[in-house]
Design a protein. Sequence first.
Length: 408
Amino acid sequence: MHLRCSAIECHTALGLHDRVFACPKCGELLEIVFDGKLPDPPKLKKTWLERRASSDPRDSSGVWRFREFLPDGYGDSEIVTMSEGNTPVLRGQRTAGWAGVRRLWFKHLGWNPTGSFKDLGMTVGITEAKFVGAKAVGCASTGNTAASLAAYAARAGLRAQIYLPAGQVSPNKLAQALDFGAEIIEVPGSFDDAIETLLHDSGADVYFLNSINPFRIEGQKTAMFELLEQFGWQAPDYLVVPGGNLGNSSAFGKAFIELKSYELIDKIPRMIVVQAKGANPFARLWTSGSRELQATAHPETVATAIRIGNPRSWKKALRAIEFTNGLVIDVTDEEIGEAKAMIGRDGIGCEPASATTLAGIRKLREMGTIDPDATIAAVLTGHALKDTDYIIKASQSLRDEAGAVLGI
């Protein structure tokens, strides 16, 4: 394995463990490339399945269980893991009918150790940070990355430095980061301001762990390995995912490219990225047909986890959408709220950003874009307890509306 510039016209190669996060020639993001040989697909699938019965810490992780496709060079004791992954696929019961489809499944990544999909990437990112000798790790965050980085840094014995947009992070997520002993720096403005401050102010000793770090992407892509295994290696027709900084979209696209290249799957699902209307630069780019992203200066949405106006991974995500013959749409906060309430009525629950997937499915059915008999997998990225303030306020608003109707 080695690092390579993600720009097709460049493809500058570097060593796997070189401590760089952008191409030294053109400045584009890097990716990890695997060009070795693997066992034949049936044998590899059998190995992955058998590891579920193993007591090896690497095998109890839903990430490291697929280590043939992960960065190598680490000793067994060097891997920082908390049995992340191993999250369920849940049938959409009431939600399917509400969205107008018959075959709907939710891949709930909110059932990870810190309650979000970020743990999948953080186990690999923190392992690499420790391997290259970092003493401190840092990130900018809307909350979930903060909680995950803080937890995994604590497990690894590393100092965690987190930059947050002041007053815009759920108290639940902030409490997690504090509980795990992270140093919190609040920055006036948005997530985009927080990441710029981090890049400018953090010292060279701080190992950067936002999703532009290619090791994060490697861990996150395993969610699709696990999903397809749960589907018996028969890909759904559609995969629907929320769109914020677009690290997940990039990671999932990379997974499909690799799985198809090594003949582990025959069909690729069409990937649909759903953004909130108030933070929708990627959806606007897709709708316009442009090849250049126009950032949203002041992103605003109740889905705080995806309240991002200048997603750094948009070029990788665009490549993933084009490879899967996918599409990008946006939904309103009202549509997100209705979808979140329905997911709750299904007994599943999620944070607001996750509900963009169901809202997007319903919108696409109403537009006639999705066939009602299509098999759809929707990714839920965060646990319901990530943002309890939203739930309480939404419930109070409904009670107030009912009271107004009843005259009480």
